[in-house]
Design a protein around this ligand. Structure first.
Ligand code: MG
Length: 219
């Protein structure tokens, strides 16, 4: 085999709780507009909601406990706490985690206004903090689990997973009609209401009942 002309990118992984092994991340799909009250707070009509998908690069993953530089080109960086599905194969779920879909809201608003892609609002360095994963076999039931985000100890987002418009099987079904899901793919499943800004010095923690937390600090 020929040598690589530059060093290949490293594998990006997430720790798996309880076994010490690493889940290798392949692609990251994200669902937009999946909680009615969040659709409403963004000025949309929940009755007309259809699943919206976008992507993040695996290099956007940030591990629990990290310090993150406040990103460039925004004055309105927002948190969005979300359930993360980790795929074992096209149809089988390896496990779950808690992610924060960091969003440059000002760039997203401009993109929406101009009919332009959301990529620079959603897919940027350190835009996907994600907790350790719990294997699906180890989870009793996430159907009604609470989901929360706190900023500097104050609860900003609080809902439950049964409020998702599209369930976990719905989301996997929709995605598999559109792309070929594979083991290693992560799916961020959308955020409930209460999204808001993060500033330098803020610490945010995303949590879902039964899953490890994700905490990051902006510097
Ligand atoms: Mg989101």
């Amino acid at each position: 085999m020929n040598n690589f002309v530059i060093a290949p990118a490293p594998i990006i992984g997430l720790p798996v709780q309880g076994i010490g092994d690493i889940f290798p991340v392949r692609r990251i799909y994200c669902v937009g507009k999946n909680y009615e009250k969040h659709v409403a707070e963004m000025g949309g009509n929940p009755a007309k909601s259809t699943p919206v998908f976008f992507t993040k690069s695996r290099e956007a993953v940030v591990q629990n406990g990290s310090k993150i530089p406040y990103p460039p080109q925004t004055k309105n960086l927002h948190f969005e706490v979300e359930l993360v599905i980790a795929m074992k194969s096209a149809a089988a779920i390896f496990g779950y985690g808690v992610g924060i879909d960091m969003t440059r809201r000002d760039l997203q608003a401009a993109a929406k206004k101009n009919g332009a892609p959301w990529d620079m609002a959603k897919n940027f360095d350190c835009s996907a903090p994600c907790s350790a994963l719990v294997q699906a076999d180890d989870i009793v039931n996430l159907d009604n689990a609470s989901i929360q985000l706190s900023k500097n100890g104050d609860v900003m987002q609080s809902s439950s997973l049964d409020k998702m418009i599209y369930s976990v099987p719905d989301i996997i079904g929709h995605l598999n009609k559109t792309v070929s899901l594979r083991g290693g793919d992560l799916i961020m499943t959308g955020t409930p209401e209460g999204v808001g800004p993060v500033n330098k010095g803020d610490t945010i923690t995303g949590s879902i009942q039964g899953l490890p937390e994700i905490t990051v600090q902006y510097i």
